[in-house]
Design a protein around this ligand. Sequence first.
Ligand code: HEM
Length: 325
Amino acid sequence: MLFRCFSTARFIQFKTSSALSIFAISAGVALGTPYLLAEEAKVNYDAVRKDIAGILDQDDHDDGSLGPILVRLAWHTSGTYDKHDNTGGSNGATMRFEPECKWDANAGLSIARNSLEKIKAKHPGISYSDLWTLGGVVAIKEMGGPEIDWRPGREDELDGKNTVPDGRLPDGDKGSAHLRTIFYKMGFNDQEIVALTGAHALGRCHPGNSGWDGPWTRAPTTFSNELYRELLENTWHMKKWNGPPTFTDPTEEIIMLPADMALINDKDFRKWTEIYAKDEARFFKDFAAAFQKLEELGCNLDKDDSFTPFIALSALVGLALYKGA
Ligand code: HEM
């Protein structure tokens, strides 16, 4: 009799635990798996990467590549971040709308945004904010730069209502104090400021956009540590012209903005300029880390992974209940 009671209790306990464990595992799998599969099936990011790489060469654009302007788009969409109130950053892609597309700092970037429209049309599941940031990462790699870790999950705003105030991007005619104000508010330190500015190895200034005119290096479609080398190896003089204050080298083929000159005139910045001029591998590594950080400012990219621990937890609870039964 006693045995019967005991085994009935065990049986009930076993049944309850088993049911609970099966429920936990099933719930985890049922809720989590289709969600993860759907997320992954939605956009083929490798195909997007290939398509971006495929549009970079454009003989009729500047030095023959859209790469530099895609990097500038990725930087300007991200560099609006302010850590004090966690606003701005690449999430939202508010540069599609006024007022942001009309900011002086963003002059000329419609070329970059428009060039990505056909890729958005082909892969409609990708958000603009993911596409613009991925554009920068692909362009850097294609121009010989480092592989930069990139994660999807940014979401677009539907209009420009939540655009942050203008004035969060740096001015080219100012020095190190201004650079620190602008980049510290994003959460960067001196080393990261110098690393990120190394992107001026790429591309050029356009009188119609910023007023400045010319490239920083002699190979503006190759990602390299040339900016630091040019800065340190030249004697710079002020260019005589009617444009904004510009430093130029003895050949007058390349230029530096006053903001770039801060990289050699400020002693703490200069320390990193010297390190990166000597050690390109170190520059690539530090740039890749800082650029990923830049593109993820204000983005909550871990949220889509929340189902993975949920599945794992459900399975563990299920297993524990089953073992205890
Ligand atoms: C340090 C502060 C910075 C200042 C003051 C600054 C300023 C400028 C200016 C005035 C231009 C010329 C725009 C034009 O006339 O078309 C430019 C271009 C560019 N900037 Fe910066 N920038 C800064 C930092 C950065 C950073 C952090 C990146 C990327 C990580 C970046 C990437 C670029 C690129 C790739 C271009 C060339 C775009 C093209 O060729 O069309 N810049 N920047």
